[in-house]
Design a protein around this ligand. Structure first.
Ligand SMILES: *Cc1c(COP(=O)(O)O)cnc(C)c1O
Length: 701
């Protein structure tokens, strides 16, 4: 950053010999590589392997002599290219990625796409299916049952789209190889209201299990993707959620690891998800806990101060100003309330929100007895000029005399700086525009380290906040953006001024605030067991991966007759569906009978479909009393998650109505009493469906 606060991007050339990666070799010693045909040219990518713990990560690199010079550039830098580079990167990743794993002799049971970036892998799996003798539709069913799609942001910039010209130019005649028209291929990624190929639409078409990364984000994604299931109310479509977590051994400060070894025993590593185990933190002496937290904070202050000194020396800046800026950054005196904000400077994250009301901010930081320090760090995407403007605003405030030393911006945000900050600041801030924060994972890292979040109730925090482990700020619901920002900023500052600062500085004779320490312990003991990566992997494995693997196995067993039958069935259902209708034969009940039987009858016009091709269902959704507020289930794919509805199937009773419709009937004793909203509905049914409403077809009464 220059002294005007302008961010300058520089790309650092990396030499693979300096990286912990190795070339993957064939038996004959030659470098293993794959070929992808892009825009009528063969592009070669060679395979590297990195070991991350016990996990092998394979990397593809097109910087090979065989390639045309512009193709060598494809994997040169991740960001900064145009759409023509981006589509080539994604072809290498998606098509080349499948081929690389095949070349390595791997046969994944499930393919998990994180964001749409890798979604071209669907096309490669379809191509494999067609090459093995399936038709396009059956090959797509096969691929889709094997594929899982996780979306990580509702922000449009995270969803790549390519215009039809570029797509056609790059893929050329792939469609003939797949046995379909160019248009049918393009339809796989067609965005609902724009003539572009959108990777998220491809992923929705080519995956049968899909999710967001927190409960709120799952609901937001359901709405964003609602067009994909046009007849399904968004909240009932197949988009679920698995709330994110963090890899605790990576993000917990080592000082805390050693502390836990001492007070909990080394088995804490195996008991990360054990709530009762972590509850024993309450018994740890407050003083020891506080001292450990202070050591971690001192480490952060030391690192941050060293970085600022280095920056000032490198830029030959004024030493008096450096002294002013670092005056509160004293590892020997780590007792200034320190609030941190560090992440990408995407505009929806509103990095400068706390700085809106300068007068109020000045009052907050000016107290001699209760000083407050704000640390900011982050980078904006090179093409994100509004994001860079936010960063500039903070940097300029840092150089204003009244704020110097109390508002500090740290440049060159990287993983080391991020680690210092999430482990070392007293308070972690996250103040996004709700509901745009899919997860806000850095807040989990802070809480795992016993730091307190003061954050908008969005993303993971809406599930993690329990009123005692930090501060949850309800988002303002103002429509006007400026007013919304003002209200959110005021609410954040209210919490900081009226609760955080007094609590932090109410110290006992040992020099710490017992109530503060109680909350820090509470943050660790509530967040570690629910938001660790082991829990996340379990939720994906049980709720998504195993079901997908079994589903695919069922579909493909014995030469894939089920895949052919199922895709043919879907096509028939789609053709017939416009003529399917439900008609009431009994009044819908106003309430469930307290005793005795509920009787419901409808006439279903099936338009040539068989009774077995559909389900007719009675649904009673509870309106009152509201269900007990239980801890949220953290994943919609858990068997214990439920939507508080009572469902019962209506069955054909053999009667045919005057217009030829089949009569469906329900006789049942409902289990609950209370106030309900009722619905009778019909939808296609097949035991190969991954989700009852997967086809997006539904008629309701
Ligand atoms: C975890 C992490 C993030 C994510 O932060 P959000 O809270 O999701 O904005 C960003 N940068 C780094 C270096 C991280 O480790």
């Amino acid at each position: 950053m220059d002294s005007d606060g302008v961010q300058h991007a520089s790309n650092i050339e990396t030499d693979p010999r300096d990286l912990p990666v190795e070339a993957v070799r064939n038996a004959d010693g030659s470098w293993m590589q794959v070929t992808v045909r892009i825009a009528g040219r063969n592009v070669v990518a060679r395979i590297w392997k990195a070991l991350v713990g016990r996990v092998s990560v394979y990397l593809l690199d097109t910087n090979c002599k065989e390639n045309a010079s512009e193709d060598r550039e494809i994997t040169h830098r991740l960001y900064g290219g145009d759409a023509a580079v981006r589509i080539r990167q994604e072809m290498i990743l998606g098509l080349g990625g499948v081929r690389a794993l095949r070349a390595l002799g791997m046969a994944p049971a499930v393919w998990h796409m994180n964001e749409g970036h890798a979604a071209f892998l669907i096309l490669e799996l379809v191509r494999e299916g067609v090459a093995a003798g399936l038709d396009f539709a059956a090959a797509l069913e096969s691929a889709a049952t094997q594929c899982v799609f996780t979306t990580h942001t509702p922000v449009a910039a995270g969803h790549d789209a390519f215009d039809v010209g570029l797509f056609t130019h790059c893929f050329q005649d792939l469609h003939t190889e797949l046995g379909v028209s160019a248009e049918r291929l393009f339809d796989l990624g067609r965005a609902p209201r724009a003539h572009v190929f959108n990777m998220t639409n491809l992923a929705l078409n080519g995956a049968r299990r899909m999710n967001g990364v927190s409960r709120i984000h799952g609901a937001v994604s359901s709405r964003l993707c609602a067009d994909h299931w046009p007849e399904i109310p968004p909240e009932q479509n197949p988009v679920g959620y698995v709330t994110n977590g963090v890899h605790v051994p990576t993000f917990l400060a080592q000082t805390w690891s050693r502390f836990f070894d001492g007070v909990l025993g080394p088995e804490w590593r195996e008991r990360l998800s054990d709530r009762d185990f972590w509850h024993s933190l309450t018994k740890v002496p407050d003083y020891d806990f506080w001292e450990t937290a202070q050591q971690v904070k001192a480490r952060m202050l030391d690192g941050v101060r060293a970085r600022l000194r280095r920056e000032y020396r490198a830029k030959d800046l004024n030493p008096a100003q450096l002294r002013r800026i670092t005056r509160l950054l004293d590892p020997e005196q780590p007792n200034v309330l320190t609030l941190g904000f560090a992440r990408r400077f995407a505009t929806y994250k509103r990095a400068s929100l706390m700085l809106r009301d300068r007068a109020r901010l000045l009052r907050l930081i000016s107290s001699e007895e209760r000083p407050v320090l704000f640390l900011f760090a982050g980078k904006a995407h090179p093409a994100d000029h509004p994001g860079q403007q936010v960063l500039r605003e903070i940097k300029q405030l840092m150089l204003t005399p009244e704020f110097a030393g109390s508002v500090v911006f740290l440049e060159d945000y990287d993983m080391q700086l991020a680690r210092w900050l999430v482990t070392g600041v007293d308070v972690w801030l996250n103040n996004p525009v709700a509901p745009l924060e899919a997860s806000g994972t850095s807040g989990i890292k802070a809480a795992v380290n016993g730091r307190l979040n003061v954050s908008i109730l969005d993303g993971w925090w809406a599930e993690g906040f329990d009123h005692n482990n930090g501060w949850g700020i309800p988002a303002a619901d103002a429509q006007d953006a400026d007013r919304r920002d003002a209200l959110d900023a005021a609410a954040m500052l209210d919490a900081i001024e009226e609760e955080v600062v007094p609590l932090y500085y109410t110290r006992n004779q040992d020099g710490y605030s017992p109530e503060w320490v109680r909350r820090c312990k509470r943050a660790m003991m509530t967040v570690i067991p629910h938001f660790n990566m082991g829990r996340v992997v379990q939720d994906y494995a049980r709720g998504v991966y195993y079901p997908a693997a079994q589903h695919h196995e069922r579909l493909m067993r014995g030469g894939a007759p089920a895949a052919r039958q199922f895709s043919g069935w879907k096509q028939r259902v789609r053709e017939r569906w416009p003529g399917v209708a439900l008609r009431r034969l009994t009044d819908t009940p106003r309430e469930l009978p307290r005793a005795g039987m509920l009787n419901v009858r409808v006439a279903a016009a099936l338009n040539g479909l068989k009774p077995d091709d559909v389900r007719v269902e009675f649904v009673a959704r509870r309106v009152l009393p509201r269900s007990r507020s239980e801890p949220p289930p953290l994943s919609s794919f858990r068997t214990d998650s439920h939507d508080d509805a009572w469902r019962a199937l209506l069955r054909p009773n053999g009667e045919i109505d005057s217009d030829g419709s089949a009569v469906y009937e329900l006789q049942a004793a409902p289990p609950n009493c209370g106030q309900f909203a009722f619905e009778i509905r019909i939808f296609p049914w097949h035991d190969m469906l991954a989700h009852p409403l997967e086809m997006g077809l539904l008629r309701r009464l």
